[in-house]
Design a protein around this ligand. Structure first.
Ligand code: 48F
Length: 259
């Protein structure tokens, strides 16, 4: 049969529509397709949970593509090597406790394996708000096409429901910022507000990222750099073990809560 433009068009519309409808209600909705969000989604999908991820950009991967200053290599410490092994990402020892991996190999495998594990990713979709109920906390996400945001068009969004939301938006901490601005109540931080990211201290930051990965408002967890920005940890630059371990931790906690 000759290829038909209308069949091609129908196929894309039908398949995308199926995916979208199937993800209107999930266990966990993750915002941000950087390393922490991808590992979180992978681990939740592996645990049999229904999980969806929304990424503003066309490309998944967040801050990992460019390694450090566009030198596309990443550094990972020993504690997180089991995650590289799990995804089949190759690495080499550089010095004690400092291993390197190709940034592009890392991000493409994190992305591919998380989709194959069962997570659905929607790229080019921006989370612009949350759905909330005073007695339940955060109950979902308000989404729109990124080009709508970029063009500044006045077009109303759509909404998805989830039992939990993970803010994995990196330095920007976008979901938590919306909650502070628009949802009654205080964050579970010392000040009740966003503590704010501190300047570079790789060793401290990597350890704090794990501790800071937790629930910050009923129904809302923070992971990755968003966890440090919310709870006041320093930045760490292009070492990525903390991001990977943070994704693993948030997935473990949510899987337990979901039962
Ligand atoms: O920044 P990002 O890679 O987050 P991460 O998992 O990792 C941080 C590291 O890359 C690096 C670092 C440590 O080594 O400091 O920065 O914490 O990925 C965050 C993703 O979230 C997307 C954004 O485009 C990026 O790909 N994002 C941010 N806000 C939104 C969003 C939003 N409102 N809606 C959808 N996606």
């Amino acid at each position: 049969m000759a290829l038909d433009e209308i069949i091609i068009t129908r196929a894309i519309i039908d398949r995308y529509y199926e995916k979208l409808i199937d993800n209107l209600e999930t266990d966990v909705a993750i915002v941000g397709g950087g390393p922490s969000g991808l590992v979180a989604g992978y681990s939740l999908a592996k645990a049999g949970k229904k999980v969806v991820l929304f990424e503003r950009k066309l490309s998944i991967g967040g801050g990992m593509w460019g390694g450090g200053m566009m030198f596309n290599e990443i550094v990972v410490q020993k504690d997180a090597l089991h995650i590289l092994d799990e995804f089949g990402i190759r690495y080499k020892e550089y010095q004690e406790n400092h291993y390197t991996a190709d940034a592009i190999e890392a991000i493409t495998l994190l992305t591919a394996k998380s989709i194959q594990a069962g997570m659905t990713i929607f790229n080019c979709v921006t989370v612009e708000d949350v759905m909330m109920r005073p007695d339940q906390g955060i109950t979902g996400l308000v989404i729109n096409w990124s080009p709508v945001e970029m063009a500044g068009l006045h077009i109303d969004p759509l909404t998805v429901r989830s039992k939990f939301v993970v803010d994995a938006t990196g330095h920007a901490t976008e979901v938590v910022k919306v909650v502070v601005r628009k949802v009654p109540g205080e964050l579970m931080t010392p000040s009740g507000k966003i503590e704010g990211e501190k300047s570079m201290w790789a060793d401290q930051a990597e350890q704090l990222t794990i501790g800071n990965t937790r629930e910050v408002f009923p129904g809302l967890y923070v992971a990755g750099m968003a966890a440090n920005a919310t709870f006041g940890g320093p930045r760490m630059g292009p070492i990525f073990g903390g991001m990977l371990l943070s994704g693993e931790k948030v997935a473990g906690e949510l899987a337990r809560r979901l039962g």
